[in-house]
Design a protein. Structure first.
Length: 309
């Protein structure tokens, strides 16, 4: 399944095990414009990939079609390009990947790892636990499909920034893989696509830290290689409150690219020198790549935006 990996290895011979060349990605959903929180993940994943001599890809997660706004994918790609953040390969659109998701679902079904669930959100109770349909659906179709795992299962991994993470399946609950309306769930699509694109390193926002255990269970069930994870601390507004996504998206769109990039380097704890505000986009990125010190993010749970100057 890792078709994209082998042709990027440099200097390998036919007999040697191909070197695991770093492949990172940024995977925005076109349900809103790029804001300073999403930009943190974009720049963090880009700098980490480049610092490791790796490739960096953009994937448009446009599966949740009712929530996707027309023209937004183009807007996101354009905003990224203005900041010098361009995908090394043509962006992958999840809306073009349905056959691959169906194939993965069929594999999980054949392994007995899925079950139909007819619960509405309120019947399923808090969270997404679907345990009461495990032996048979408690109501009529249409059914969602959930992933089945043993309750005793503990999923553990070491995150490069957040450290050791451990979660018990009984607390996680069985995630939905295909919704009642037929839409493929993010948890399945992300795992299938990270494998397809040969992603070795996932750098993304810590809002997805809790989803990682579900994704690792799926990676295991689909017998895929396990990527490294690095979840960035949550970016808060200057006064410590939650970011206003629309306000911060306007700021990303309206400010000069150098300001946006150097501010984001500051939030990422990289301490860029003030003269970088007068540098070009490519000079700023080159500085960021050369000076990237991801260990400065280790153990932090939040980052704070700059206040008004
Ligand atoms: N599409 C997801 C989001 O925008 C990110 C997926 C990921 O990085 O794994 O929240
Ligand atoms: Zn159910």
């Amino acid at each position: 399944m890792n078709v994209a990996r082998s042709n990027t290895a440099i200097g390998t011979t036919a007999t040697a095990e191909p070197a695991k060349v770093y492949r990172g990605r940024f995977a925005p959903s076109p349900s809103g414009r790029l804001h300073s929180g999403s930009l943190l993940a974009a720049l963090g994943s880009y700098l980490d990939a480049r610092h490791h001599g790796g490739r960096w890809l953009i994937r448009i997660e446009d599966l949740d079609t009712p929530r996707n706004l027309p023209g937004l994918a183009g807007d996101i790609l354009q905003t990224l390009a203005r900041l010098g953040l361009e995908s090394d390969e043509a962006p992958l659109y999840q809306s073009s990947r349905h056959a691959a998701y169906q194939q993965a679902l069929a594999h999980l079904q054949a392994e007995g790892l899925t079950y139909p669930c007819s619960c509405t959100r309120s019947q399923a109770g808090p969270g997404i636990y679907g345990g009461h349909c495990r032996s048979s659906p408690s109501g009529p179709p249409p059914y969602a499909l959930r992933l089945r795992q043993a309750d005793e299962r503990i999923v553990a991994f070491v995150d490069r920034f957040a450290g050791l993470q451990q979660q018990a399946w009984v607390q996680l609950g069985d995630p939905i893989l295909r919704r009642r309306d037929g839409l493929i769930a993010y948890q399945l699509a992300v795992v299938v696509d990270d494998d397809y694109q040969g992603i070795t390193d996932i750098v993304r926002g810590s809002d997805l830290l809790d989803s990682t255990a579900w994704q690792l269970a799926l990676i295991d069930a689909l017998q895929q290689p396990v990527p490294r994870y690095a979840h960035l601390p949550l970016l808060l507004a200057a006064d410590g409150s939650k970011l206003s996504k629309s306000r911060s998206a306007a700021a990303v769109a309206e400010q000069p690219p150098a300001t946006v990039l150097v501010d984001t380097l500051t939030y990422l704890q990289q301490e860029p020198p003030a003269e970088l505000y007068r540098a070009s986009v490519s000079e700023i990125l080159a500085w960021g790549i050369a000076h990237w010190q991801p260990e400065r993010l280790r153990g932090l749970t939040t980052l704070t935006e700059k206040g008004p100057a």
